[in-house]
Design a protein around this ligand. Structure first.
Ligand SMILES: [Zn+2]
Length: 147
């Protein structure tokens, strides 16, 4: 899924659950979300229908949007820095950060390979943007109203 979806989910769970429960739940949510057919900026990389340079540029733009949305959802209107929401947002996209060198640079440290192989077991993407984005947009709305 998009970093936006993983980060907003992670931020929400971190902001609402005890940290001891939140962190494993956030990681589990990442794999559950990736299991749903989805579209993201990496869709097409393995099939060769998207260039790596295009995916990197799109991902950098998406990360900037992600930071803005986490701020909008969890920081605006708050007097205190919502550190747990930000930690949750980062943990929410941690499996994708670990996989990024393999996807974007064709480089994978050996100790990360088992984690990335586990991650790949859950990944179901679709080239259909409408089908792949609709559940994510619904998720964003649910988080917006539940936060
Ligand atoms: Zn992932």
């Amino acid at each position: 899924m998009l970093s936006i979806s993983h980060s907003l989910t992670g931020a929400y769970l971190a902001a609402t659950l005890h940290p001891a429960i939140a962190l494993p739940t956030i990681l589990a949510s990442h794999y559950l979300e990736d299991w749903m057919p989805h579209w993201d900026v990496g869709t097409g990389l393995s099939a060769g229908t998207r260039k790596r340079s295009t995916a990197i540029i799109l991902e950098l733009g998406e990360l900037a949007i992600t930071i803005g949305l986490v701020y909008l959802f969890f920081q605006t209107g708050k007097d205190n820095w919502q550190i747990w929401a930000w930690i949750g947002a980062v943990v929410g996209i941690l499996p994708d950060f670990l996989e990024a060198p393999r996807n974007f640079l064709k480089w994978e440290p050996g100790f990360i390979k088992p984690i990335n192989d586990f991650h790949a077991l859950f990944h179901h993407s679709t080239p259909n943007i409408l089908l792949g984005l609709t559940p994510q947009i619904v998720l964003w709305w649910i988080i917006w109203y539940m936060k």
